[in-house]
Design a protein around this ligand. Sequence first.
Ligand code: ADE
Length: 320
Amino acid sequence: MNWVRGHLLGSGSFATVNLATHTNNSDNFPSITAVKSSDTCYSHLLQNEKQILDRLGSSPYIINCFGDDHTFEDGEDYYNIFLEYAVGGTLFDQLKNYGGKLPETLVRRYTRSILEGLKYVHEKGFVHCDVKLQNILVMEDDNVKISDFGLAKEKSLKNDGKLECRGTPMFISPEAINDNVYESPADIWALGCALVEMFTGKPAWNFSGSNIWSLLIRIGVGEELPLIPDEFSQEGKDFLQKIFVKDPLKRWTADMLLKHPFVWDDKNISLVKELINESSSPSPRTHFNFSKEFEYDFCSPEERLQPLVEDQRFVRLVRI
Ligand code: ADE
């Protein structure tokens, strides 16, 4: 494979990311990619990332991996994986470009894409385990994709009782602290923390001390939850309340959250308006039919039995 390492795009604790220019590119290999490299001796996380990306396959919401190789540079052996290049860098970088926080319209759109990505990952049987703004990449078309699968794991894979420490303390879920459980609800909790950070420019937990244990105790024990921003819309607050639920079994899943009005796109909104108009005008589609279909499609299991079309709260949510 012929390629040239370009400038540094980013670096983490176990790898660096550079631009890479490919000189003998084939059809399924773009001429410009990102290359993520790590010393071969410490490359187990990068190898895990490559394996998981291969098993996940292609999704518009997950960063693409084109292949891997080994190089010998400056007396060191490196393991490299070639990833789709994201011109916008990470969502964490984007926050700086917007002066520290993003407008709610953008937060809604990015959240929808991240949720689509998480739904795909969870349905394929994996958990990302490190959702945070530094691991979300902004593409040329302003779509975002999930990256950094180094800590990802297969769902329900037992850890032989070993204490694990995956992810970043600010984003860690209560069940990971209390029971060492890292399943799909942990990614949803972390998404909630990322969403608060996108909107406020500050971490979801107000923590300035150096004692990380005191933060972990606050997250894991007692009733305290991350602060829900006052300036958020009603839909935004409701959305976060579905996420910041300490019991992982009661926390909404990616699939359920994608049906929440906070992440509805313009297509959904006009479809719903159309359906409302249809249901209130004499037409072959009866109000009763519409109402049932609607309940199933857009509500949590607890809410499915409520006649939503006639519900004031619902009508308010639709008119956003
Ligand atoms: N930073 C980390 N990964 C990246 C990628 N694939 N493209 C651009 N910047 C990055």
